[in-house]
Design a protein around this ligand. Structure first.
Ligand SMILES: Nc1nc2c(c(=O)[nH]1)N[C@H]1C(S)=C(S)[C@@H](COP(=O)(O)O)O[C@H]1N2
Ligand SMILES: [Mo]
Length: 454
């Protein structure tokens, strides 16, 4: 950006001092004192592209996108079947959680879609969010810090809005990258952060909506897309101080900026969406955090945590392995015993909370048949599943009575016609329609049925 006087100055020539709301007093003294130098002065912010129209265009995209990310995110908390013991580890989340309905087993692909949308759309909006924050950055330095109690309150709410947005995006992205650097548990923090962010978001939308509509009408979007660098003019100064009072010459047009932001979003989308697809397009998911070497032959699909990584001792999965089933009666079953029971085959997805998903064809024993074996009527009991892995967040899960009763809920022994690989949960693993991947426990060692309400 150049420092020579630009068109904007010539056209408007308004006094920065007047703009900053200073009352001229005796020469050399002003009261209240003027802003400190640097970013606290409106003249510091010179980009000729900043202004209410640009902020509103970016805001409109977020206004549509963020509610979708929020609802699919809350749905994910509901999908954990939080009313079951073990699953929900959120302390005192009570009415903040989305516990209004029991999570269904139909349609089997629902969680795959909602969580895929949550993660993929969230990633896609990152570029828009950054551009939006850039467009309003002069407001961060508005001077004086508070002109009135009402304005102080408004600024505090913006702190929650920006802080909440950054917190939600950063924790979400770190989590899907399996980069657990934050010193707290992701699961409750992302939920509480979401409510703080959403409350601030709702207030912000209510306050700014009329201004957004007015600003969007102030320029034609189409005309802006046809305007190159030569025709790019600053927006007129606005009371919020988004448009520059001393604009520099443009170095990029508005359409150039929008194309850059939109392009960055599309690239993120294009390199992420593949992890929710099966078939050749899966290879396009270059941003997917998990490696793309999964296994061999029929077991060649995404592995969340490999057996070695989770401390599974291969000796425990050998011929000595027995499944313990406990209800009113009890049973010990070797893998051969399970294979001699009626086997059923269903194509069902694994849909990880981290956004990736894949549909495979599973063969195994119905969970409902195992319930009957120990004297349980399917539909009247939930089940607590434990794996060979000791401790850790993934070694156990509860499944609801309706999940137990669904005929497609399997203790899977085979996948795509072959025995499960060790990494996919050999000797046996859970596969439940429409359940989050994390509840499809691998390396199952024990099933305990408890009457619902107990
Ligand atoms: N015992 C055990 N089961 C587990 C896990 C685990 O770490 N340990 N990971 C879970 C998660 S988070 C997912 S998404 C699925 C992934 O299954 P896959 O690795 O066979 O694709 O397994 C689930 N079952
Ligand atoms: Mo997962």
């Amino acid at each position: 950006m150049s420092d020579r006087p630009s068109q904007g100055d010539a056209q408007r020539g308004d006094e920065p001092a007047a703009k900053a709301g200073r009352t001229p007093a005796r020469p050399g003294r002003t009261w209240p004192p003027g802003p400190p130098p640097g970013p606290f002065r409106p003249e510091f912010w010179r980009s000729p592209l900043r202004g209410p129209w640009l902020t509103s265009v970016l805001g409109l995209v977020l206004l549509i996108g963020i509610p979708i990310v929020a609802i699919t995110g809350l749905v994910s908390y509901a999908a954990y079947e939080p009313r079951l013991p073990i699953n929900d580890t959120t302390p005192e989340s009570g009415w903040l959680s989305f516990y209004l309905f029991g999570w269904p087993t139909h349609p089997a692909w629902l969680y795959r879609v909602t969580q895929g949308v949550h993660v993929t759309l969230g990633l896609t909006l990152v570029a828009v969010l950054l551009a939006k924050l850039w467009s309003v950055i002069p407001k961060l330095f508005a001077w004086p810090p508070a002109r009135s109690p009402a304005q102080a309150l408004e600024r505090a709410s913006l702190l929650l809005l920006v802080g909440g947005a950054v917190f939600e995006f950063v924790t979400g992205i770190l989590n899907i990258q399996l980069f657990y650097v934050f010193p707290f548990s992701f699961y409750p923090a992302h939920l509480y952060g979401a409510w703080i962010f959403l409350a601030a978001f709702a207030v912000h939308v209510a306050v700014k909506l009329p201004k957004m509509v007015r600003s969007l009408r102030s320029r034609s979007f189409r005309r802006e897309l046809r305007t190159g660098l030569d025709g790019t003019r600053p927006e007129p100064p606005d009371p919020d101080g988004l448009a520059p009072v001393r604009p520099a010459d443009p170095t990029i047009s508005r359409r150039g900026l929008l194309a850059f932001v939109g392009g960055a979003s599309l690239v993120t989308l294009g390199l992420s969406v593949g992890q929710t697809l099966d078939g050749p397009l899966r290879r396009t998911a270059l941003l997917a955090p998990h490696g793309r070497d999964y296994g061999s032959g029929p077991n060649d699909f995404q592995v969340n945590k490999a057996a070695a990584e989770m401390g599974i001792n291969p000796a425990d999965t050998g011929p000595g392995w027995v499944l313990q089933v406990v209800g009113p009666l009890a049973a010990l079953l070797k893998r051969a015993d399970l294979l001699s029971m009626p086997l059923h085959t269903y194509a069902l997805p694994i849909a990880c909370v981290e956004g990736w998903s894949t549909e495979q064809t599973w063969t195994g024993v119905r969970l409902a048949d195992l319930a009957r074996l120990v004297g349980v009527t399917p539909g009247s009991a939930y089940v607590f599943v434990e794996s060979l892995e000791r401790g850790g967040a993934f070694g156990q899960a509860s499944l609801s009575a309706s999940q137990v009763a669904d005929p497609r809920s399997l203790l899977a022994l085979r996948v795509n016609g072959a025995d499960l690989s060790l990494d996919h949960g050999f000797p046996a693993r859970m596969i439940v329609p429409n359940a989050p991947g994390v509840h499809n426990t691998k390396w199952v060692r024990k099933l305990s049925f408890y009457p619902t309400g107990s």
